[in-house]
Design a protein around this ligand. Structure first.
Ligand code: NAD
Ligand code: ZN
Length: 359
């Protein structure tokens, strides 16, 4: 199979391309090499790389010639710096996806795996002893300032028990990036319905592993901690460190892509489904920082009590559906993966790059 991997020069996309090649497929990388993601002028590792933006329909059309399926990983990621980044996020992620889908239909390419994200859920799942499953709203600045990090039951104010989010949980994107990730799924779903294409969205959890970009406003928390350790500093853990996440290794995410691609072939035209893609082994941010620091041999994490408005407290996925329906099985355990990540190089040449679209 010849697969176009958009964003294939990025952290996850490059692993997807490598995994496809290892499985005997041909990967063609399509990547704009955004300065925010590649501040050091990073190059793609794949032999066949098209350096172009997805919003450039002609370049997309040319790249789709002879392609059997698309793994769509390209996106502007992270929280960004300010709301002024919104047009750049929407342009890259949603206009880019729309152009890709229109050109796929025109070229008769019908199989698509799109990189989704857990951010579409907002807060995770919570249960109240009296009210069952409830949906706490955004946390108030005054509560966070006072160190009240756990969202209370919106009905009675009682403490809640965090649980695992399933794919049918209501979506609640809480920032621009999250809104663009949800829109990508909606576009893919609309595309499959309108054209008879087949699409799967993989809602990745917190992906980590070798090749992760260094700390920029676009990076994930594991990269912040890993970068601090590389500088000989203690990881600074926000809130009280008890925020729960699911850290899934980048090689397992890559294998989810190949498994999903293979499964698409057997689906009916018009098929669309979203699958949570997590390790199934939730950990707290504090545990992750401690595991990294210990493996790196660096200073122990410092819990600072700082917070970022808009961060969610707990979100951990139930990835059973991906395991049961597609037979995916993550291979890299938490301790093993963090030990490897502590020693692995981050993506070279990082630093805070310019915001795409602003310069
Ligand atoms: N890293 C995570 O923890 C995580 C979690 C959930 C979802 N995701 C999703 O996984 C995908 C890959 O993320 P990543 O962590 O590898 O980020 P990354 O920044 O390393 O890679 C994204 C790549 O996409 C390219 N790109 C962005 N916009 C483009 C455009 N319009 N045209 C062409 N190329 C473009 C960038 O140059 C970059 O190489 C994204 O869709 C992201 O939303 C990542
Ligand atoms: Zn209650």
């Amino acid at each position: 199979m010849r697969v176009l991997v958009t964003g294939g020069a990025g952290f996850i996309g490059s692993q997807v391309a490598a995994e496809l090649a290892a499985a005997g497929h041909e990967a063609v990388v399509f990547d704009a090499l955004l300065p925010a993601a590649h501040p050091g002028g990073h190059r793609s590792q794949e032999a066949r790389t098209v350096v172009a933006d997805l919003r450039d329909a002609e370049r997309v059309r040319a790249a789709l010639a002879g392609i059997d399926a698309v793994c769509h990983q390209a996106a502007m990621v992270g929280l960004g710096k300010e709301f002024a980044d919104a047009p750049a996020y929407v342009g890259c992620n949603d206009l880019g996806t729309a152009v890709l889908l229109a050109e796929m239909a025109a070229a008769g390419v019908w199989d698509l795996v799109v990189a989704g994200s857990m951010v579409v859920y907002g807060e995770g799942r919570y249960d109240c002893a009296r009210h069952g499953t409830v949906r706490p709203g955004p946390r108030a600045a005054a509560d966070l300032e006072a160190g009240r990090f756990e969202p209370p039951c919106p009905e009675c104010g009682a403490p809640l028990r965090p649980g695992l989010v399933a794919e049918d949980a209501p979506t609640d994107p809480r920032n621009v990036y999250a809104a663009t990730k949800l829109a990508q799924e909606h576009l893919a779903s609309a595309w499959s319905r309108a054209t008879g294409g087949r699409a799967v969205a993989l809602r990745y959890h917190n992906v980590y592993g070798p090749g992760m970009p260094r700390d920029t406003p676009y990076a994930g928390v594991a990269s912040f901690f890993r970068s601090a350790l590389a500088r000989g500093e203690a990881p600074r853990v926000y809130e009280d460190g008890a925020q729960r996440r699911d850290f899934v290794h980048v090689r397992d995410v890559a294998s989810a892509n190949t498994v999903a691609l293979a499964a698409l072939a057997g689906r009916e035209p018009g098929f669309f489904a979203a699958y949570n893609t997590g390790s199934g082994e939730p950990h707290t941010i504090g545990e992750m920082a401690a595991a990294l620091a210990a493996a790196h041999g660096g200073p122990a994490p410092v819990v600072t009590g700082e917070y970022r408005l808009g961060d969610v407290r707990h979100v951990t996925a139930d990835s059973r559906r991906l395991r049961d329906e597609l037979g995916w099985k993550p291979q890299v355990g938490f301790a093993e993966g963090m030990a490897e990540f502590a020693a692995a190089p981050l993506r070279p040449g990082a630093g805070s790059g310019p915001v795409p679209g602003s310069g």
